[in-house]
Design a protein around this ligand. Structure first.
Ligand code: 5AD
Ligand code: SF4
Length: 466
């Protein structure tokens, strides 16, 4: 890699993304920053001049994956250096933020470590890394040592380039970041920092660009997306998520609007009304509850009860009868008794989910629950998780069966494995397989669902006259 960043000589960027949609968004934005510097995406590590690992810290397994991937990239870097070239290795994202020093200690050949609030400075960091490396005797073993895990006072969004490229017809739009909730199991408030809502103007500017780029499905992103309270265009106040959705829906180009992830305590009337009034808003809501036990909800610092959650579910169903729900569950949180576990199963039965994610509780250093003396034995967690997952699987299958015979709007994404088949997504995020012409890729079309499996639907395109 040459040390000039101004040139447009072709270089290759390998970027691996772990974890949530926010990381997918961040990886796309890092690519936007690096494209003007001549970087082109490669999936071939051997070719990479810069390898970025955009990490997740939410559970222990997610972090451990990073170290095994770093072990794998090391020989590629060594070989490149032996051939008179170079490779920069960067660790980004939440593991970088939470344990940047540890990353450098365990993998000293890493050149740059930076958190989710610092990647807007990538060009400077790359330049610094290259200067630093010139001073190293053995750059294959000792990286540039750039560590950037500050939370800047100026939001990074102000420094990001315009969104100028999208893959397909679906795009993420980050509107909110960070979290002030401090659930007792969660690292997010420490890795992503304090809650921040982007002003309406900058969100709408991005929305306009996505519309101009031909995006048909936009997903509004935030760790606590329904805590959104962005400053209005004239600076006179703030608007909540429901109102923002109404504004975004004004773009004719957008046919499907989604948002993720919500917290029950931040559900407001305007959001429920948006589900009632905005046809483009998908009738699908990911509303994590984590546990069905009031005792555990309290211990988790979730600050709501199961009945309050049920009430919200009812309100959404009244506003939009075809709405379906998804959730996250943490199984085996410290102190969880058999009765608490039964309460979770009971909550799941009561709500009836289209699908949901469930995880064994994972101790995260620095969070309050990690120091609890009432940790649950692994075998108990495994058993309870399998019961929860069996019930959720049953519900998913029942939901898929209920979809058969229905007409749904589907965004087609790609060719499927079977000849002549396309795959797309239903409003409820199920994969839908349809025999259809390739011209439908990146188009939205009405589909009649004719069959289902555990994880997908099959359908037929409904031919309309117009
Ligand atoms: N252990 C297990 N699951 C966790 N989550 C967050 N922290 C932990 C943890 N320490 C889950 C929550 C959250 C989802 C993104 O990850 O269910 O909603
Ligand atoms: Fe983590 Fe709780 Fe914030 Fe969600 S609301 S990001 S679970 S602290």
């Amino acid at each position: 890699m040459t040390s000039s960043l101004a040139n447009t000589e072709k270089r290759y960027l390998f970027i691996k993304t772990y974890g949530c949609q926010m990381n997918v968004y961040d990886s796309n934005r890092m690519t936007d920053i690096l494209t003007p510097l001549g970087f082109e995406i490669t999936e071939d590590l051997e070719k990479a001049d810069l390898a970025i690992y955009n990490t997740c810290h939410i559970r222990e397994k997610a972090s451990e994956k990073l170290y095994s991937d770093l072990g794998r990239v090391k020989p590629f870097k060594k070989k490149k250096i032996e051939n008179g070239k170079d490779m920069l290795i960067a660790v980004a994202g939440c593991t970088a933020q939470a344990e940047g020093g540890e990353v450098m200690r365990r993998a000293p050949y890493v050149d740059m470590v930076f958190g989710p609030q610092s990647y807007q400075n990538l060009p400077e960091m790359i330049a610094r890394a290259m200067r630093e490396k010139e001073t190293r005797d053995n750059p294959a073993l000792r990286g540039a040592g750039i560590l950037n895990v500050d939370f800047p006072t100026q939001p990074k969004f102000d420094d990001l380039p315009e969104m100028n490229k999208v893959e397909g017809a679906s795009a993420f739009l980050s509107i909110q970041e960070g979290c002030d909730k401090f659930c007792h199991f969660c690292v997010v408030p420490y890795t992503r920092g304090a809650e921040y809502s982007r002003p309406v103007k900058s969100v709408m500017d991005d929305a306009r660009r996505l519309s101009d780029l031909g995006v048909k499905e936009v997903t509004l992103l935030g760790q606590n997306v329904n805590a959104y309270h962005g400053a209005t265009l004239d600076g006179s106040g703030e608007i909540p998520l429901g109102q923002l959705i109404q504004e975004i829906a004004e773009f004719d180009q957008f046919e499907i609007i989604r948002y993720i992830t919500s917290h029950p305590n931040d559900v407001t009337q305007d959001l429920i009304e948006a589900h009632r009034d905005v046809k483009k808003l998908s009738p699908y809501l990911h509303l994590p509850v984590q546990s069905g036990s009031n005792r555990i909800l309290k211990a988790m610092n979730r600050k709501h009860t199961r009945n309050e959650y049920f009430k919200l579910i009812d309100q959404f169903r009244d506003a939009r009868p075809d709405i379906a729900f998804s959730s996250d569950f943490i199984i085996g949180f410290p102190g969880e008794s058999d009765q608490d576990h039964r309460d979770t199963l009971d909550l799941i039965r009561h709500v009836g989910y289209a699908q949901a994610y469930s995880f064994k509780y994972s101790m995260r250093p620095g969070t309050p629950a990690a120091s609890s003396e009432f940790q649950i034995e692994e075998a108990v967690k495994v058993q309870r998780l399998s019961e929860v997952q069996a019930l959720l699987d049953e519900q998913k299958m029942a939901f898929n069966q209920k979809c058969v015979g229905q007409e749904m709007t589907v965004l087609f994404e790609r060719k499927a494995r079977h000849e002549g088949q396309l795959s797309g997504r239903s409003p409820y995020m199920q994969s839908v397989y349809v025999q259809a012409n390739e011209r439908l890729i990146n188009q939205v079309a009405p589909v009649r669902i004719v069959g289902c499996g555990n994880n997908s639907l099959t359908g037929e395109v409904i031919i309309t006259d117009n």
